[in-house]
Design a protein around this ligand. Structure first.
Ligand code: LER
Ligand code: MN
Length: 272
């Protein structure tokens, strides 16, 4: 297992949910702190100077396992279940640009809040229909580039569609889209799932990436979740993918990032 930290651009909106801002300095900092990679949170592909980031990643011995997309929702205010077809189309075009960025790093692309809501007066089936249509199109674009898509269940206080890992896994199975996988976030699981370890074990065949945060969304070790048990469950079922630290940058980004990596290294030693 490897560990990344969530990073956005310097000018990312306050609603971008990351630990560090400023891609270039964050790469150096993450390497110095002992992370294996950075999760790159982008609003669109124009935000990144690909060649420069590739060079810095290489020079610092890091990887980019995931391009995350919450700012397509929070910044562009676009999402996949929007009843307005023109807005859905814009969401798809921007998202395909992020798939292009991911392809450069052999990264996955996450779908968290960008999946959108069940709109007022509509049913979950209607939202699911639009979501399935959009994801099928994006996956058909992403698969030839070697990019898989990962669906992140998000708790009910942030969104009203696909809250638990149970729901996410059922949807992934119903849709049966090639390259569509699941990305549990331990913070959301703690709110929505009956058992964190139980569901990580149960749905391991679908899981391609995991977000780590403690019960209060602070760095692991600063809340009341049992990361020994959580990592133990993932190891028990042979999980060999990435985890990334998506936590509040409190009391400040450096202290939070340092606590997270030092604490998690007790359970996930650095690979040789
Ligand atoms: C995104 O990864 C996530 O977990 C959301 O809760 C951000 O609001
Ligand atoms: Mn998350």
């Amino acid at each position: 297992m490897k560990i990344a930290v969530a990073v956005a651009t310097e000018d990312a909106l306050p609603t971008a949910f990351v630990v560090f801002r400023g891609i270039e300095e964050s790469i150096r900092k993450a390497a110095r702190m002992g992370y294996d990679g950075i999760e790159l949170a982008l609003m669109d592909k124009e935000q990144v100077r690909l060649e420069r980031v590739q060079r810095l990643i290489r020079e610092n011995g890091l990887e980019i396992p995931v391009v995350s997309t919450g700012q397509v929702f929070a910044g562009h205010k676009l999402w996949f279940t929007d009843p307005d077809a023109a807005r859905r189309r814009r969401a798809v075009e921007i998202f395909k640009g992020l798939v292009d960025v991911a392809a450069e790093f052999r990264a996955l692309v996450n779908m968290g809040r960008v999946r959108g809501f069940v709109a007022e007066g509509e049913t979950a089936e209607m939202a699911e229909g639009r979501f399935g249509e959009v994801v099928r199109e994006i996956a058909a674009y992403a698969q030839p580039k070697g990019v898989d898509l990962i669906l992140e269940p998000v708790n009910r206080y942030e969104i009203n569609f696909i809250n638990s890992v149970d729901e996410g896994a059922a949807l992934v199975e119903r849709l049966g889209i090639p390259g569509l996988k699941l990305m549990p976030d331990i913070f959301h699981m703690n709110i929505e799932d009956a058992s964190i370890e139980g569901n990580l074990r149960k749905y391991i065949a679908h899981i391609a990436y995991v977000h780590f945060a403690d019960s209060n969304r602070l760095a692991p070790g600063w809340g009341h979740l049992d990361f020994g048990a959580i990592v133990g469950a993932l190891k028990e079922v042979g999980y060999a993918g990435w985890t990334s630290v998506e936590i509040l940058p409190k009391p400040d980004p450096d202290s939070a990032a340092r606590q997270a990596i030092q604490y998690l290294r007790k359970f996930i030693p650095k690979e040789a």
